[in-house]
Design a binder for this molecule. Structure first.
Ligand code: ZN
Length: 349
């Protein structure tokens, strides 16, 4: 069974008809994840992102990905999103997640025991994760309410600026050493997340923000969907120094399936062999150890290799991992046990 560090299916369900049409998750839909294909691919759930999309300004998502087919690129970050605009979007996405739970499609997990129960029964497990904290006010009242509603994981930024910090643009080649670290509100956000037992996600943060969290948090450092900078020098990927800090904190990294963060040439090219993913996994295992590596697909949020295509294609990834020599204990760690391990250490209840 694969438990996964990141997907954007809630956003996709919202823009494709909202709560009324969310039943397509159960019966079958376009995109990467639904129940029929999850059953085929052994997808046992993961982090379901609450995410506010920036206005596309007449461009399609394909246009954006076309920019990432240049040999070098630097896609400008969209403007910040005010809290008043973000909050209703997040509420609708949570309503969709609750609706999926009501339909019996998944269980929203609040504790490590909830996760263990799902892993044992085969029920799909969902962690309510927020990618970009635009919906949260500087006084953090919204954070407390969202925690009570089930929020257990939070990325302070999705690349574009928030009142808490600054992220990395979709830039290749580049490291993430771009701009300032956390704001004063950002430091308070980290401390409050520690108190509440909300996992902090370092994916999308710039380096200064990464190091600010590293020196402030009392929890393991986690990047839910990021790759190895030494292999693909994209701004979104983690340098050896960052990987060393994650290992030191006993945290973990989830392998992102997005072609542009996998390939040496940084291209959003679907013709990306599974071997490229194995190179990242080998490197992460070498730097982090077997207990600190997992998967973080970015399904329904990125272009993933043709060899996988959607959750049903996870069977191809598993087969490639086994053929590469990963034994069964290591497979279990990479596929779901490490996520449980790190959440057990991070969540409070
Ligand atoms: Zn992301």
């Amino acid at each position: 069974m694969i438990f996964d560090g990141h997907n954007d299916v809630l956003l996709k369900l919202m823009v494709n008809g909202g709560v009324d049409k969310a039943g397509s998750f159960v019966t079958g839909r376009d995109g990467h994840i639904d129940i029929p294909r999850a059953n085929i691919g052994g997808f046992g759930g993961g982090f379901f992102a609450l995410y506010v999309r920036s206005p596309l300004n007449g461009k399609s998502l394909d246009d954006k990905y076309d920019e990432m087919k240049q040999p070098q690129y630097d896609v400008p970050l969209p403007a910040p999103v005010p809290q008043a605009d973000a909050l209703p979007v997040i509420m609708e996405e949570i309503a969709i997640l609750l609706h999926l739970q009501e339909m019996g499609a998944l269980k929203i997990c609040h504790t490590a025991d909830d996760l263990r129960g799902c892993f044992a029964s085969g029920q799909m497990a969902a962690i309510m994760h927020m990618e970009g904290a635009e919906a949260i006010d500087a006084e953090l009242h919204t954070l407390d309410v969202l925690h009570a509603a089930g929020l257990r994981s939070l990325g302070p930024v999705w690349s574009r600026d928030t009142i808490f910090g600054y992220g990395v643009p979709f830039r290749f080649p580049s490291d993430g050493d771009i701009g300032d670290g956390l704001t004063e509100a950002g430091f308070r956000l980290v401390k409050r997340c520690n108190e509440l037992g909300i996992m902090l996600d370092l994916s999308h943060l710039n380096e200064a923000g990464f190091w600010d969290i590293a020196k402030t948090t009392d929890a393991p450092l986690v990047a839910t969907h990021s790759n190895v900078h030494a292999i693909c020098s994209h701004a979104r990927n983690l340098t050896d120094k960052q990987l060393a800090a994650i290992a030191e904190s006993d945290g973990m990294v989830g392998l992102n399936f997005a072609c542009a963060f996998l390939r040496e040439d940084g291209q959003m090219d679907l013709d990306t062999p599974l071997d490229t993913m194995l190179r990242h996994l080998d490197y992460m295992i070498e730097k982090l150890g077997e207990d600190r590596v997992g998967l973080g697909s970015d399904f329904d949020g990125a272009w993933v290799p043709e060899a996988i295509t959607d959750v049903a294609g996870l069977n191809n990834l598993r087969a490639a991992m086994r053929a590469h020599g990963y034994d069964e204990p290591l497979m279990r760690k990479l596929c779901h046990e490490n996520w449980l391990r790190v959440l057990d250490k991070t969540w409070k209840e």
